[in-house]
Design a protein around this ligand. Structure first.
Ligand code: UD1
Ligand code: CA
Length: 390
């Protein structure tokens, strides 16, 4: 087995995002795009190469030349703005490349709308002749729907041989990595193509429209994963689950439920509707919502009533609310963290809780209701007199 190295290209401003923030640092579902990419692959031991003045994807690889030079084997190049690739697809590309004897193998996909992508120009045998970038494509080339995903596997030593020949003589005045494909052919290397089965995976993010689409695909993937694991999601269209969240089977998420951070939901829980939980821990059989919000630890069989908020932020730091097993929190309670509600306690609706509650206690923390009999009648008649004078 030959060695495999991976290079993630993540430099450049991403001018099409029209943002002060570099493209790959735009936040995704709970995480930044580039972090998500690395975490999803479980890549640890990183080595950073700085591209001071980004002059194109080819230039990015040129900057990594001294890192690459002593290495033998294959280099998998992935783009930081293409975070939806699955490890299965990457593995398929790497495996194909390893047995093919190709100098390079590209991951391509057939898309209904190829605009923005590099078009794959194949020879009669189905090998890659060259890649023409969107901005440089002739009208007849623009109709090609087989496009470059950006992911490719390269023989390291052959790539090093052609890198110095890249020229920025194109529409963007950039060193295109994709030009290395035709250069490899010129020195007798064969360049193969593997097709992605699901074009969603190779969706690249250049604009905020692309970013929203990537979010939607990623979100749907997470939702489908948890539905397959036995979680009922009544309205996937309004449910948001961060990538780090974990749920147990037979819990139900009602519409408008947003689970963020490292939230953990046990089995037989009912969450929502319209409930936001952030890094909360909810034990088996608890009911939280509707309209609840917070980052609490919620014990077994707890009921967190409608409109309850755990007030976890004092403007400087965040604190946690701990709700022990069997607690009943009435509607519209405010639990001012840090605070602990002992097991079995009952919190009256509308209470604002600022101090710890003993187990099995009943707490009413709101002003007592005052009733003044007949008061309203006098009030109404006073106004009636005023009205008749005006
Ligand atoms: C690139 C491909 C195109 C492919 C498409 C797939 C090239 C020349 N073209 O086009 O064939 O269809 O991706 O999404 O590669 N980057 C750097 N340094 C730079 C420039 C870019 O690290 O100097 C990184 C970016 O962060 C990005 C990636 O390289 O993650 C691709 O760059 P981008 O400008 O987005 O290329 P595309 O025009 O999308
Ligand atoms: Ca791109």
């Amino acid at each position: 087995m030959k060695s495999l190295y991976v290079l993630v290209l993540a430099a450049g401003q991403g001018s099409r995002m029209k943002s002060e923030l570099p493209k790959v640092l735009h936040p995704g579902v709970g995480r930044e795009v580039v972090q998500k990419e690395l975490a999803a692959r479980g890549w640890a031991k990183l080595h950073y190469v700085i591209q001071d003045k980004p002059k194109g994807s080819g230039h990015a690889v040129i900057m990594a030349k001294s890192w690459l030079k002593p290495k033998r084997g294959s280099l998998l190049v992935v783009y930081g703005d293409t975070p939806l690739l699955t490890s299965q697809t990457l593995q398929r590309l790497v495996d194909h490349h390893a047995v093919s004897g190709n100098a390079a193998t590209f991951l391509a996909m057939d898309v209904p709308d190829p605009s923005g992508y590099g078009r794959m120009i194949l020879d009669a045998q189905g090998y890659l002749e060259r890649i023409v970038e969107d901005k440089d494509a002739a009208p007849h080339e623009r109709t090609i729907t087989l496009v470059n995903s950006g992911v490719a596997c390269w023989d390291i030593q052959m790539l090093l041989e052609v890198l110095p020949r890249l020229k920025p003589n194109n529409a963007k005045r950039e060193y295109y990595l994709t030009d290395a494909a035709a250069l490899l052919r010129n020195i007798g290397g064969r360049v193969g193509v593997v097709r992605a089965r699901n074009p969603d995976e190779t969706h690249g993010i250049n604009t905020r429209v692309d970013l929203a689409r990537a979010e939607a695909i990623f979100r749907q993937r997470i939702l489908e994963h948890w539905m397959r694991e036995g979680v009922t999601i009544l309205d996937p269209a309004t449910t948001y689950i961060d990538v780090e969240v974990e749920l147990q089977p037979d819990s139900r998420l009602w519409p408008g439920t947003i689970l963020r951070g490292a939230t953990r939901i046990g089995t037989h829980c009912e969450i929502g509707p319209y409930t936001i939980l952030e890094s909360a821990v909810v034990k088996d059989g608890a009911r939280v919502g509707p309209f609840a919000r917070g980052d609490a630890q919620v014990g077994k069989g707890v009921n967190v009533g409608a409109g309850t908020i755990t007030c976890n932020y004092d403007g400087y730091s965040k604190s946690q609310t701990i709700i022990e097993d069997g607690v009943f929190v009435g509607s519209n309670a405010n639990l001012v963290a840090p605070v602990r509600l002992g097991h079995g306690a009952i919190i009256a609706a509308g209470s604002t809780i600022t101090e710890d509650v003993k187990p099995n206690a009943l707490v009413v923390a709101r002003t007592r209701q005052i009733a003044k009999e007949g008061w309203a009648k006098d009030f109404h008649s006073k106004h009636a007199i005023k009205r008749s004078h005006s």
